[in-house]
Design a protein around this ligand. Structure first.
Ligand code: NAP
Length: 300
């Protein structure tokens, strides 16, 4: 049936006042595949994962601080002609920045199929201690607390897309958390900063996975590869031992695996034994309580 003249006029008016196509370009097409968020995807492993996920047809939310590098990843995805992408900037050295980022993603994407908490930094023991905008040790803030906020604030979107997944990119370079000096204020403490932030990710994963599984969200942590050739590794002055492609393939194999063990820490693609602290119920409870107190998130 042909539309009547008044309806044709209404359609024309709506077309004229509709947002410009450029404002719609970042929206996933209605028939697109999964919507995925990869934090820290302007560089290194995250960038490689963003490209691989888009190649599978996903709409990828590319994240980082560097807008030029973020836009370059979006452009590369557009040029490849598979999937789609948008860049959203946020500095994870600010808790408010992470909360605002999470809320913006949730408002724009009520369904999220995959969250990869990948953004990370490494500060060697030889470098001076650094703190976030909130006064927290910087690696604990960027590598761990940001992911804590994202899993909680994006939980409704992940549940809406169930079965969905959270992949926390941790490391075998782990160190027990000293709950009496999490912020590395004691002399000589700085050498364990990276390791404790990574162990916090693994411990959080083990602790939260059962509750998330009840919502149809499978949460795992993993070690991607050892000393990949990335900016992080080059900056700490250690010779790379593996390629970014090796790490990407390890992570993609788990993202694509038909089944995963919720709460597991995957090394070489298989669940590995957890550090004693990571599976200790009292340490888990202490980390969860600390994370709620520091972020104001996760107490519901
Ligand atoms: N490289 C390895 O061998 C290795 C081994 C085990 C685990 N990992 C883990 O793998 C993940 C990726 O590491 P990578 O080697 O690929 O590092 P990378 O190449 O240095 O990339 C780090 C990413 O994190 C983002 N980022 C850094 N600081 C940020 C901040 N304050 N706020 C928001 N985003 C920030 C960076 O984006 P901007 O600069 O645009 O902000 C970049 O996209 C990390 O979690 C790391 O711990 C790496």
């Amino acid at each position: 049936m042909r539309p009547t003249a008044p309806i044709r006029l209404l359609v024309l008016v709506l077309a004229l006042v509709a947002p410009l196509p450029v404002a719609l370009a970042a929206e996933p097409p209605a028939d697109a595949g999964r919507t995925v968020l990869v934090t820290g995807s302007t560089d290194g492993l995250g960038r490689a994962l963003a490209l691989a996920l888009a190649a599978q047809g996903a709409h990828v939310i590319v994240h980082g601080r560097n807008a030029a590098r973020g836009q370059a990843v979006v452009d590369e995805i557009a040029a490849a002609g598979q999937g789609s992408a948008e860049f959203v900037a946020a500095d994870f050295a600010s808790l408010q920045g992470v909360r605002d980022f999470a809320d913006a993603i949730a408002a724009r994407h009520p369904r999220l199929d995959l969250l990869v908490n990948n953004a990370g930094i490494a500060i060697t023991g030889a470098q001076p201690r650094r703190t976030s905008e909130d006064g927290h040790e910087l690696q604990f803030a960027v590598n761990y607390l940001a992911g804590w906020i994202l899993v909680h604030r994006l939980r409704p979107a992940l549940a809406a897309a169930a079965p969905s997944r959270v992949v926390n990119v941790a490391s075998i370079s782990a160190h027990d958390i000293d709950f009496d000096d999490v912020m590395l204020e004691q002399p000589g403490a700085s050498a364990r900063g990276y390791g404790q932030s990574k162990q916090a990710q693994v411990t959080m994963t083990a602790a939260l996975a059962p509750a998330f599984a009840a919502d149809g969200i499978t949460m795992i942590s993993l070690h991607p590869a050892t000393l990949m050739d990335t900016t992080m590794v080059r900056d700490i002055g250690v010779p790379p031992r593996t390629t970014v492609a090796e790490g990407r393939d390890t992570v993609m194999a788990l993202i694509d695996a038909p089944t995963l063990v919720p709460g597991a820490f995957y090394v070489d693609g298989k669940p590995a034994p957890l550090a004693a602290q990571s599976e200790d119920a009292r340490a888990q409870a202490r980390l969860l309580a600390l994370s709620r107190t520091l972020t104001g998130v996760g107490g519901d």
